[in-house]
Design a protein around this ligand. Structure first.
Ligand code: PEP
Ligand code: MN
Length: 339
């Protein structure tokens, strides 16, 4: 961190500021320039709040030269993190495909879909039991019953299950879930993130609707700073001015996050586009960009789905898409994770 001081700063004020900064266990280096004085900070500055520094009377400007996230930062963990999920590995050299319906609706729907995605080559099963819906009058998910049905689908197919938590008070219901998803709307629910940081469970953290990559990484940091390092990042499209798609898929997030962090990266082309016919091309782009997993919505009867039918693939469409995903994954040297 570099702090530029105002010309009006007195020696006494500069001393006071330096003492305050040293309280954070960093070294301060005062440089007297011709036009202004500068303090350079050396050490771990993650605990220093930039706004508090900026608020000091004698401070002209503050700039971070190091990212404010430590645990998620590739600088301090050069090797890719590989997260084990029931014998499968997310991150490292293989590709996982998490597929299943937006919402768990009933036994027949989830079991039929789970068997179909497994046959097509999916490596994990998704399904929402707690649904964050824009309207309070829309289907909100089956809750505990939905999780029980996912566990049943796992018994039938052997696929590990991924499902979203919305409220901390439901946390006990997730004890037997393989990957806990934090949805885009909860990316900055810091109480929830901290609580998940105290669990020993992989967390799939989705990027907020209008969050920057740095904010996503800071949310990962919330989980990791509490002790849980099993965080999987997910780009699921962001809000832009373009109304033709539900969101805009930020494909560049994959290589950029890859540089900044060692955590595995997932792309969700379903929520990113909102249009079933765009899911395949976007999946292939995502694999080419180097993602570690895809999360794709598949429904046994999309036309009658209780949520997100327009973006859901039929089992037949998914099977076709999987053929191309598999080929692209092989071509890119990151084959499908086979268990
Ligand atoms: C979901 O995956 O079901 C979901 C609600 O996604 P998002 O949080 O990305 O909108
Ligand atoms: Mn959905």
């Amino acid at each position: 961190m570099v702090i530029v001081l105002k010309n009006s700063a007195s020696e006494k004020q500069i001393d006071e500021l330096m003492n305050w900064l040293q309280g954070f266990d960093v070294k301060t280096n005062l440089v007297h320039g011709i036009h202004s004085n500068i303090i350079g900070l050396i050490g771990d500055t993650t605990r220093i709040d930039m706004e508090s520094v900026q608020a000091k009377e004698i401070v002209e400007a503050v700039k971070r030269v190091q990212e404010p996230y430590k645990n998620a930062n590739r600088r301090f963990h050069p090797d890719d993190t590989v997260i084990e999920v029931a014998g499968r590995k997310i991150g490292g050299g293989t590709l996982n495909v998490i597929a299943g319906p937006c919402s768990v609706e009933c036994e027949e729907q989830i079991i039929t879909t789970a068997i179909a995605v497994k046959e097509a080559g999916a490596t994990m099963l998704r399904g929402g039991a707690f649904k964050p819906r824009t309207s309070p009058y829309a289907f909100q998910g089956l809750g505990k019953e939905g999780i029980d049905l996912l566990i049943q689908a796992r018994k039938v197919t052997g696929l590990p299950i991924v499902t979203e938590i919305m409220d901390l008070s439901d946390i006990d219901l997730f004890a037997d879930v393989d990957v806990v998803q934090v949805g885009a709307r909860n990316m900055q629910n810091f109480t929830l993130l901290k609580a998940l940081g105290r669990c020993d469970k992989p967390v799939l953290l989705k990027r907020g609707l209008s969050s920057t990559l740095q904010e996503l990484l800071m949310s990962a940091e919330y989980i990791m700073s509490e002790g849980n390092s099993k965080v999987i990042l997910c780009e699921r499209g962001i809000r832009t001015f373009e109304p033709a798609t539900r969101n805009t898929l930020d494909i560049s997030a994959v290589p950029l996050l890859r540089q900044k962090t060692h955590l595995p990266i997932v792309i969700d082309p379903s929520h990113a586009t909102g249009i079933a016919s765009l899911v395949e091309p976007m999946s292939l782009c995502a694999v080419a960009a180097g993602c570690d997993a895809l999360e794709i919505e598949v429904h046994n009867d999309p036309k009658n789905a209780w949520s997100d039918g327009a973006q859901s693939l039929t089992p037949a469409q998914f099977a076709e898409t999987m053929k191309k995903i598999r080929a692209m994954a092989e071509f890119c040297g990151k084959p499908l994770d086979i268990n």
